[in-house]
Design a protein around this ligand. Structure first.
Ligand code: NAD
Ligand code: UDP
Length: 348
C-alpha cells in the first residue's frame, strides 16, 4: 500500500474517476466532500467498482474544526483538492459564494495542512485561467487573465499557492490546468451528473441523444475555426484521472530523491494537444450512438473564445503522462453512462 491521500471533492465527476485511478495505483484514499454537487450514490458506486468500501467523510472545506478532525485521525502524504463550485454563469450571479467556497475554502484547507505539516497538494485549476489565448497551443507560460468570478477564483488560488511556496519552499504545490474533461468510466457506472439543464457541451449532446432535450444550440458558427464553431481540447476523464496519479508519483519521486525544495508551485496543463470543433464532436457522437443530434445555430455565448487547446509537452516531459483516449472513446463512454443512467445517480 502506498501513501494515504485526502481527496477533497472526491464524490464529484473528476474526483470519483480519480479515486478509482488512485486505488488502482495502490494509494489509500479518504474522500472529503460536502455533497453540494454530488451524491452518496456516486461514492457507493466507486466502492462497488474497486471492490471495497471507501472512507468517506461528509464535510465542508470551509469548516476548519471538521478538517482538523480529519487531519488528526490520518497521516496524509498529500491532498488532491477538487472541492469547488464550477458553474461560470452561477459565479457571475453569485460571486461571493464562489470566492467564499473556492478561495476561502482553499485557504482554510491550506491552513489546516500547514498545522499538520502536510505540504503536498495537487490543485484542480483550469484552462480558463488563460482567458482568450494570444497563441495556440497554450503552454504554461502563457499570460493568465479571467473574465468571470469562477475563473478569477481559480486564478486567485494559483496566486495564493505561488506566494505560499515563495514564503516556505517545503510546500510542493501542483496546479493541474484541465482543458475540457468529458467521457465517463468505461463501466458506465460513474459519470458527469449535472443538476439542471447542462451548461457544458458533452452532457448537453448526450441528453439530446437520449431524448431528454430536444435539440442542441450551437453557440456561434462564425468563429475563425475549421467550420466556424468553437474549438476545444476535449480530454477523457479517465486520462485526466491518470494525470493526477502521475502528479502524485512525481511529487513522491522528488521527495524521495531529496528534491522536495525544487517543486515549488508547478502549473501543468492536462489536455490532449488536439482541438476538436463543436460540430466535429456532434458528428462523432451521432456516429457512435447511432442517434440523430438535432441542432441549430445560435448566437455566440457571452465570454466564449474561438479556440483553446493545450500544449501537452510539460506533462509528458515532467510527469511522463499523456492522454491516450480518442474522441470516439469519449463519445462512447459518455453515451454508455447516459444510456445506463438517464437520470444520473437518482439519489441526490
Ligand atoms: P464536481 O462539481 O462534480 O465536483 C466537485 C465536488 O466538490 C462536488 O462533489 C462537490 O460536492 C464538492 N464541493 C464543492 N464545494 C465544496 C466544499 N466547500 N467543501 C467540500 N466539498 C465541496 O466538479 P468536477 O467537474 O469534478 O470538478 C472538480 C474540480 O475541477 C473543480 O474544482 C472544478 O472547478 C475543476 N475543473 C473542472 C472542469 C470541468 O469541466 N469539469 C474544468 C476545469 C477545472
Ligand atoms: N457549446 C455549445 N452549446 C452548448 C454548450 C456549449 O455550442 O449547449 C459550445 C461552447 O460555445 C464552446 C464549446 O461548446 O464553444 C465548449 O463549451 P463548454 O461549456 O462545454 O466548455 P468551455 O470550453 O466553455 O469551458
Amino acid at each position: 500500500m502506498k501513501n494515504k491521500i485526502l481527496v477533497t471533492g472526491g464524490a464529484g465527476y473528476i474526483g470519483t474517476h480519480t479515486c478509482i485511478a488512485l486505488h488502482e495505483a495502490g494509494y489509500e484514499i479518504v474522500v472529503y466532500d460536502n455533497l453540494s454537487n454530488s451524491s452518496r450514490e456516486a461514492i457507493n458506486r466507486v466502492s462497488n467498482l474497486i471492490g471495497q468500501p471507501i472512507e468517506f467523510i461528509k464535510g465542508d472545506i470551509r469548516d476548519a474544526e471538521a478538517m482538523r478532525n480529519v487531519f488528526s485521525s490520518h497521516h496524509f502524504f498529500g491532498v488532491i483538492h477538487f472541492a469547488g463550485l464550477k458553474a461560470v454563469g452561477e459565479s457571475v450571479a453569485k460571486p461571493l459564494l464562489y470566492y467564499n467556497n473556492n478561495v476561502s475554502g482553499t485557504i482554510t484547507l491550506l491552513e489546516i495542512m500547514a498545522e499538520y505539516g502536510v505540504k503536498n497538494l495537487v490543485f484542480s485549476s483550469s484552462a480558463t485561467v488563460y482567458g482568450d489565448p494570444e497563441t495556440l497551443p497554450i503552454d504554461e507560460n502563457s499570460k493568465r487573465s479571467c473574465t468571470n468570478p469562477y475563473g478569477q477564483s481559480k486564478l486567485a488560488v494559483e496566486y495564493i499557492l505561488e506566494d505560499l511556496t515563495v514564503s516556505d519552499n517545503s510546500w510542493s504545490l501542483i496546479a493541474l490546468r484541465y482543458f475540457n474533461p468529458v467521457g465517463a468510466h468505461s463501466s458506465g457506472q460513474i459519470g458527469e451528473d449535472p443538476n439542471d439543464v447542462p451548461n457544458n457541451l458533452m452532457p448537453y449532446i448526450s441528453q439530446v441523444a437520449v431524448g431528454k432535450l430536444d435539440k442542441l444550440n450551437i453557440f456561434g458558427n462564425d468563429y475563425p475555426t475549421v467550420d466556424g464553431t468553437g474549438v476545444r481540447d476535449f480530454i477523457h476523464v479517465t486520462d485526466l484521472a491518470q494525470g493526477h496519479v502521475a502528479a502524485l508519483n512525481y511529487l513522491e519521486g522528488q521527495i524521495n530523491t531529496g528534491k522536495r525544495d525544487s517543486v515549488g508551485f508547478l502549473p501543468i496543463n492536462l489536455g490532449t494537444g488536439k482541438g476538436t470543433s463543436v460540430l466535429e464532436l456532434v458528428t462523432a457522437f451521432s456516429k457512435v450512438s447511432g442517434q440523430p443530434i438535432p441542432y441549430k445555430f445560435a448566437e455566440r455565448r457571452a465570454g466564449d473564445i474561438a479556440s483553446c487547446y493545450a500544449s501537452a509537452d510539460k506533462a509528458k516531459n515532467l510527469l511522463d503522462w499523456q492522454a491516450k483516449l480518442s474522441i470516439t472513446d469519449m463519445c462512447q463512454d459518455s453515451w454508455r453512462w447516459q444510456r445506463m443512467n438517464p437520470n444520473g445517480y437518482y439519489i441526490k
